[in-house]
Write a protein that binds this ligand. Structure first.
Ligand SMILES: Nc1ncnc2c1ncn2[C@@H]1O[C@H](COP(=O)(O)OP(=O)(O)OP(=O)(O)O)[C@@H](O)[C@H]1O
Length: 305
């Protein structure tokens, strides 16, 4: 079943072409990353899916219902990039309020307790939100999005501006959501933050989709580099050049080789065999540039397309 379907979604603000004809098909139960640099059009696209931004052209459906309709809204939990809270409220009273607005009453207290516990806010549940750190606010935004137990979570940069600990905590929560069978559409301008738990990714820039597919498909064409030092670098260079996933190998003047690869899994499973078959000893190995750098290069090479 398709959870999000967008056809030619377009939004112009005067002369600014924020989103320029985006198509999306996102299956129910999938975890889909929406990645692009600042100003790429991620928030505007999400706003159109949630129904808070009216498209200039194009349309979207959520679980078959038109974006913005009551039926679509019931399916969505949305955490915007800059959530606005009633700062004098406590997290508990805020979540109860949001739950009531979503039409919950019966076991609302239980639901709120469950969310506070799950998002690690139970100890601060009765403190005013005004005293919350950025990480706590992000977790509260997630709790608010989940209060009515929606099928689909649309999360706009949930890890932005957090320190590594705050980011790890949110990523842990998102990983947890994937186990609950929710559909998650989550944006970030940093691919590496999402790569640990997303299955599919759409990359956008300048309001247009650059590429979309499984994480493996999208990253398959991206080239990473490793530096390997061995007991016989010259022989290793020749052997690696024979491997289909190796684009280039450069022998260093002092010691070691730099290897350009387009399939990290194939490289890490093949290298030990190459070394042992040729009786070459591995002295050291490190990744010199990874997916993130390759991803940025891909975006730059598509700039202005
Ligand atoms: N209400 C608005 N009025 C005018 N221009 C807007 C408005 N909202 C967004 N834009 C412009 O549309 C473009 C896309 O913005 P958007 O916020 O969707 O990008 P983004 O990918 O979410 O960026 P970021 O990662 O910085 O949040 C930008 O050039 C932005 O300045």
């Amino acid at each position: 079943m398709t959870m999000i379907e967008a056809n030619n979604l377009t939004k112009h603000y005067g002369d600014i072409k924020a989103v320029q004809g985006i198509d999306l098909t996102i299956d129910a139960g999938s975890i889909h990353g929406f990645v692009g640099p600042n100003g790429a059009g991620k928030s505007t696209t999400m706003g159109m899916l949630v129904g808070v931004v009216t498209p200039t052209v194009g349309e979207a459906t959520i679980g078959g219902d038109p974006a913005g309709s009551h039926a679509a809204l019931e399916k969505i939990g949305y955490a915007p990039q800059d959530p606005v809270f009633y700062n004098s409220m406590t997290a508990r009273s805020y979540l109860r309020h949001m739950g009531k607005m979503s039409g919950l009453d019966g076991n609302l207290s239980e639901r709120v307790d469950e969310l506070l516990e799950w998002l690690n806010l139970a100890d601060a549940a009765d403190q005013a939100i005004s005293g919350y750190s950025g990480g706590m606010e992000r977790r509260l935004a997630l709790a608010q999005a989940m209060v009515h137990d929606p099928e689909l979570l649309i999360l706009d940069e949930p890890t932005a501006e957090l320190d590594p600990r705050g980011r790890a905590s949110i990523i842990d929560t998102l990983q947890n959501l994937t186990d609950q069978g929710k559909t998650v559409f989550v944006s970030s301008h940093v691919l590496s933050e999402l790569e640990q738990f997303i299955e599919e990714v759409t990359v956008i820039n300048d309001g247009k989709v650059i590429t979309s597919g499984s994480l493996a498909e999208v990253s398959a064409g991206l080239v990473e580099t490793y530096v390997v030092e061995s007991t016989d670098d010259a022989t290793l260079q020749n052997l690696l050049m024979e491997c289909p996933f190796v684009e280039r190998v450069e022998l260093h003047e002092d010691s070691g080789v730099t290897v350009w690869i387009d399939d990290e899994d194939a490289f890490s499973t093949t290298l030990p065999t190459v070394l042992s078959d040729a009786e070459i000893g591995l002295q050291s190995m490190h990744r010199e540039s990874g997916l993130e750098e390759a991803f940025l290069e891909m975006i730059e090479s598509n700039e202005g397309v």
